[in-house]
Design a protein. Structure first.
Length: 113
């Protein structure tokens, strides 16, 4: 069984891509799941959703439920399936409902200020 722990992420967190700040939040959540890197989830209200396009891509986690993906459109390119959310998470991950997480890469930074 996977142990999922969710807590308030300390400090202010930002997401940057294509020279733009896509999200900034003092209310981010940190999800800790055994065997996986910790993931920062941002409240949707703290994200510039105009930069995100809904994707057809979906995955299912046995512990969190079905993930819905978003592509991020920057001035120079589109980052396919670079963000995800759980619209109806399972009970163990209920706190991340209404939040999105982002895949850090050379083109996208998720960092604490």
């Amino acid at each position: 069984m996977t142990d999922i722990r969710i807590r308030k992420a300390e400090g202010t967190w930002v997401v940057r891509a294509g020279g733009a700040v896509l999200a900034e939040s003092k209310n981010a959540l940190e999800l800790v799941e055994n065997g996986y890197p910790d993931v920062i989830y941002f409240p949707q209200d703290d994200i510039a959703m105009a930069f995100l396009d809904d994707s057809d891509h979906r995955t299912t986690c046995p512990h969190k439920g079905e993930a819905r993906y978003y592509s991020i459109v920057t001035k120079s390119q589109t980052l396919e399936n670079a963000a995800w959310s759980y619209d109806a998470p399972k009970e163990a991950a209920a706190r991340i409902k209404g939040h999105l997480a982002f895949y850090p890469s050379d083109l996208l930074a998720v960092e604490r200020l």
